[in-house]
Design a protein around this ligand. Structure first.
Ligand SMILES: *Cc1c(COP(=O)(O)O)cnc(C)c1O
Length: 396
């Protein structure tokens, strides 16, 4: 008997059986046309999921964090100025990485629970007449707070100021689950990883580069070896890597892109919105609030739920793991102990979400919070009953 329950952490996410099996394959020569038959279609699938016709796709044996490092080291030189908003743990960490690489980061602090302040970007970019700012960083979905930001508004801030800075977007917890428009938003680098929307184990950093970002690579002075995209480009031309690729994960990625595209991106996004709506209805029924301040920033991949003052939200996560064998996410950084997180991205159905909501309820009641058992489940059931569910015949 296996006691495996679905996980409700915002990555790594649950793996569909077929995708998990696709990672388990016999050894092949990773410098051969056979590997090319995995590499190139996987890259094409990622490009389509980014909604781009021309982005150059790079896949490193790494994680999202390595994707951040790939982005900055391939395009910037020490002392370059970067503009970044900090509204949660992940935007904070990317800023920290930039500083460790001796970049000069102009930080705009926004309250945790709010989106990145595009209006402040507009002012700062308009004031930067000498165009000292080389790159603008934007975290599309702050996984720590369950907050999505408006990337089109960041592009507009750049365009309104007539500013040539590159736009780098962290889409680690949005790409493949929430609408992402590389070409339309004029994104120069998009960063993601394998273990969130792509429903794979951790182990791949996945990036899209625009032509402008590729051009910046020619003059970028920051040291890089493992993450050098010029070496990688040479490798790809020969169906290979500059080193040994994670072939099984790449095979899984190929199937993951096919699976998402077969479901249809609009259907994937609608499914995430529906499931998230049910979770939000449950939170409301519990009389609790999201960390996300306003509906326009609600994330469809993760909900960070505030617990009453004086209560340690992390106890819910510990209790769920110990008593029910279910994983929720803890609060990070500034909101540690104040929120717990329900991840609802990737391989997730209405029914799975209901089990997570039911478990969260049991934990909160066990721990003495004034919650009515079944209240959140009932609220989510109404959402799921009244919206079109998974087309099971297509999901087979
Ligand atoms: C998970 C995550 C990361 C970090 O990715 P790793 O794969 O853990 O290195 C970065 N940014 C966001 C928004 C994330 O959700």
């Amino acid at each position: 008997m296996s006691f495996q329950n679905p996980v409700f952490i915002p990555g790594p996410t649950n793996m569909p059986e077929a995708i998990r099996k696709a990672c388990d394959m016999p050894t092949i020569d990773h410098r051969s046309p056979l590997f090319g038959q995995i590499l190139h279609p996987a890259r094409a699938g990622v490009q389509e999921i980014l909604k781009s016709d021309s982005a150059e796709i790079f896949i490193f044996p790494s994680t999202g964090t390595g994707g951040w490092e790939t982005a900055i080291t391939n395009t910037l030189s020490a002392g370059d100025t970067v503009l970044a908003a900090r509204n949660g743990m992940f935007s904070h960490r990317w800023i920290d990485m930039c500083q460790r690489h001796e970049l000069d980061v102009q930080i705009v602090d926004a309250p945790w629970g709010h989106g990145l302040p595009a209006d402040r970007y507009t002012e700062i970019l308009a004031d930067d007449k000498e165009h000292k700012i080389k790159v603008v960083l934007a975290t599309h979905n702050e996984t720590a707070t369950g907050v999505k930001s408006d990337i089109a508004a960041v592009r507009k801030a750049l365009d309104d100021a007539g500013h040539p800075a590159l736009l780098f977007v962290d889409g680690v917890s949005s790409i493949g689950s929430m609408d992402f428009r590389f070409d339309e938003w004029g994104v120069d680098i998009a960063v993601t990883g394998s273990q969130k929307g792509f429903m794979l184990p951790a182990g791949l950093a996945i990036l899209g580069f625009s032509q402008k970002a590729l051009d910046a690579n020619k003059t970028a002075g920051l040291p890089r070896t493992f993450f050098d995209i010029a070496d990688m480009t040479k490798g790809y031309a020969a169906n290979a890597y500059p080193y040994t690729p994670a072939v099984g994960l790449m095979n899984g990625l190929l199937l993951a892109t096919e699976t998402l595209l077969k479901e249809g991106l609009d259907n994937v996004f609608a499914r995430h919105t529906r499931i998230a709506s049910g979770v939000r209805a449950a939170v409301n029924a519990w009389g609790l609030e999201l960390c996300a301040a306003t509906p326009d920033v609600y994330s469809d991949t993760v909900s960070a739920i505030k617990t009453p003052d004086g209560f340690n939200a992390t106890d819910i996560v510990t209790h769920a793991a110990e008593k029910y064998g279910v994983a929720f996410g803890v609060g990070l950084g500034e909101v540690a102990g104040k929120v717990f997180r329900i991840g609802h991205l990737g391989s997730m159905t209405d029914v799975m979400a209901l089990s997570g909501i039911a478990t969260a309820e049991m934990c909160m009641v066990d721990l003495g919070l004034d919650i009515q058992l079944g209240s959140g489940v009932a609220a989510a059931q109404e959402v799921y009953r009244s919206t079109t569910g998974v087309a099971l015949k297509d999901a087979a």
